[in-house]
Design a protein around this ligand. Structure first.
Ligand code: F6R
Length: 242
């Protein structure tokens, strides 16, 4: 993998926005893979500013998000659909019907996940996928132990992830315990992958992902098999790298 170590979280956002802006400019009909969480916020802010400044347009783009909690309505403040609307989609010219986020309230999860995979395929596959990384090495909601060839499916969240995400909910009991996530196999089919990480809390996961063995115990380490992956980390997140 290519490893880009920059100084600060703002530099990670800037670098990543540059990569995405270049990709959108070279293919306005791009199919983007998007992530939620704190890591992508700075990148989204820059993409919003730059597209509003006229540098490029999302009008012909399509996006697929990695994951969504099961049980939360689209307009629940902690749903990933709500996050995407408020951080990105409502602020740019992407067509609402071209934005796909798994539906946490779908009546038939098995049918929904199969259809989600189908839609990605019909769109021509994901050209560039943005990823964060969990402190336990998870990517999307593929927790340790997820199969390398896993597809979009329903998963149970680990205690560690529930605890870590509880900071956004009134109490830990309010955090959903299940989610829909793209699989590792689904993610690995993206033509390019950009994983971003900031802060010392990610240093161990980043080091294991890049320098550790490829193992399902650290889902992000499975990215080592991908031919076109960039890890963009700030100094703190990269501090465990040799
Ligand atoms: C979000 C996602 C998660 C996060 C990861 C890191 O769509 O799939 O895997 O990328 O939990 O989260 P943050 O960026 O909040 O540290």
């Amino acid at each position: 993998p290519k490893i880009v170590t920059v100084k600060t979280a703002a530099d990670v956002a800037e670098y990543t926005a540059d990569v995405f802006a270049a990709a959108i400019k070279s293919n306005p009909k791009i199919v983007l893979g998007l992530a939620t969480g704190s890591s992508p916020i700075g990148c989204y802010q820059r993409l919003v500013e730059r597209s509003r400044g006229g540098e490029f347009s999302f009008a012909q783009a399509t996006s697929f998000n990695l994951d969504e909690y099961i049980g939360l309505d689209a307009d629940h403040p902690q749903s990933f659909r709500h996050f995407m609307q408020s951080q990105l989609f409502d602020l740019i010219d992407i067509r609402p019907s071209n934005t796909f986020v798994p539906d946490g309230k779908c009546p038939d999860v098995a049918k929904h996940v199969a259809n989600y995979e189908l839609k990605i395929t019909e769109a021509g596959g994901i050209e560039i996928q943005l990823l964060g990384i969990g402190t336990n090495g998870h990517i999307a909601f593929n927790e340790p132990g997820s199969a390398a060839d896993s597809r979009t499916r329903e998963v149970s969240l680990t205690r560690q992830t529930i605890e870590s995400n509880s900071r956004f909910f009134p109490s830990i009991a309010d955090v959903p315990t299940t989610a829909i996530t793209m699989g590792i196999g689904t993610i690995l089919e993206a033509k390019q992958i950009v994983l971003i990480a900031t802060g010392a809390g990610k240093a161990k996961a980043v080091a294991e992902a890049i320098e550790g063995p490829m193992t399902i115990d650290c889902p992000a380490s499975l990215l080592q098999s991908h031919p076109n992956v960039i890890f963009v980390v700030d100094q703190a997140a990269g501090s465990g790298l040799t």
